[in-house]
Design a protein around this ligand. Structure first.
Ligand code: GTP
Length: 327
């Protein structure tokens, strides 16, 4: 079986981090975001097709260096074709029922159970559906029994037809490809509403789901993984520091600081005397000086936070010699 991962988006909501790293390669604890999806695939998936475009060379480089136990095929779009165009663009690599993912989703979905559900219902596709309190930022789905009858894109508060949203994980029959026109096409807006009569089903699941495409989602996914026990405490140097778990500290240097909970600090990162860091990511080589307070921040590789800084809810990355930031 093939699994298709849509990994060609520009990740604008995670800028400036995504100006130097494509979103699928941003680290979530010990591995890039996209590897959390690949590692969760059922055993019957032998080939992963990645639909790439933005910063495809970095993705290619990563998969040349890392064996993920399955055949990986990268298919490029010269210009991003949208989620539907990307599926059409890889059609020669697909045969039979296939899985399809947005490349920035972390979930506890049982893919084997979803595949069994899809086979039982026999439609052209099955969409994983996640229940949220406020669906106004999402694609909302209306059901009759298990069958999807209507889509609603980002409804105004109070006008949502249900609290179930499209979770960006799908099972499709190859017949779906016949319903995707050439060019730039959105799966969600232009394809799904046109194939309702062919049988689109909604698979609800519980447990956990996060869209890591925003700074808040990224940090929520990290927190969820840490709460599930994906912790590590292996600093390179630790001098008189207080660690409040859970954290993922791998090869970072900590001196007289207070770290945690929910901090990920990767090799070469460092935190100086008298600093407090909570709920944040320090990618490789990110440096926090002395006397800083850093909360809910994403610090890209090599970011430097100057002594005495107070940062909350920021995404920062060094950019062509200077530092870029997003509030
Ligand atoms: P934003 O710019 O922050 O909205 O992020 P994004 O570009 O990743 O868009 P979005 O989060 O809506 O995309 C959902 C998934 O589809 C992500 O995994 C993207 O990589 C992927 N995606 C979006 N547009 C394209 C595209 O044109 N081509 C391909 N191959 N993938 C895409």
């Amino acid at each position: 079986m093939k699994a298709l991962i849509l990994a060609g988006g520009m990740g604008t909501r995670l800028r400036p981090l995504t100006l130097s790293t494509p979103k699928p390669l941003l680290p979530l604890l010990d591995r890039p975001m996209v590897m959390h999806i690949i590692d969760s695939l059922p055993a019957e998936v032998d080939t992963v097709v990645l639909a790439v475009s933005y910063m495809k060379d970095l993705l290619e480089g990563y998969f040349l260096k890392h064996d993920c136990g399955r055949k990986v095929v990268l298919v490029n779009e010269e210009e991003p074709l949208g989620t539907g165009g990307a599926v059409r663009n890889v059609r020669q690599y697909l045969d039979g029922t296939f899985l399809c993912f947005n490349g920035d989703i972390i979930s506890l979905l049982d893919l084997n159970d979803m595949l069994a559900f899809h086979r039982r219902h026999g439609g052209i596709g099955t969409l994983a559906l996640w229940r949220v309190q406020d669906p106004s930022a999402f694609g909302v789905v209306g059901l009759e029994g298990a069958r999807i009858t209507v889509f609603q894109e980002k409804p105004a508060p109070g006008e949502a037809i249900s609290d179930l949203i499209n979770a960006g994980v799908y099972v499709f029959e190859p017949e779906l490809l016949e319903h995707i026109p050439p060019g730039v096409v959105s799966l969600e807006r232009q394809v799904f509403p046109n194939v309702l009569d062919r049988g689109l089903y909604g698979y609800r699941f519980d447990g956990h789901w996060v869209d890591c495409g925003t700074p808040a989602g990224y940090l929520e996914a990290q927190r969820a993984l840490l709460e599930r026990g994906r912790t590590k405490v292996a600093p390179a140097i630790v001098r008189g520091s207080e660690l409040i778990g859970p954290n993922y500290i791998d090869g970072a240097s900590l001196s007289g600081c207070r770290v945690g909970p929910f901090v990920c600090a990767l090799p070469g990162a460092s935190i100086g005397e008298g600093s407090t860091v909570e709920g944040s990511v320090l990618m490789e080589g990110a440096t926090i000086g002395r006397g800083c307070t850093v909360r809910a921040c994403l610090l890209g590789p090599g970011t430097v936070v100057k002594d005495g800084s107070a940062l909350q809810g920021r995404a920062l990355a060094p950019l062509r010699g200077r530092q870029a930031g997003l509030h």
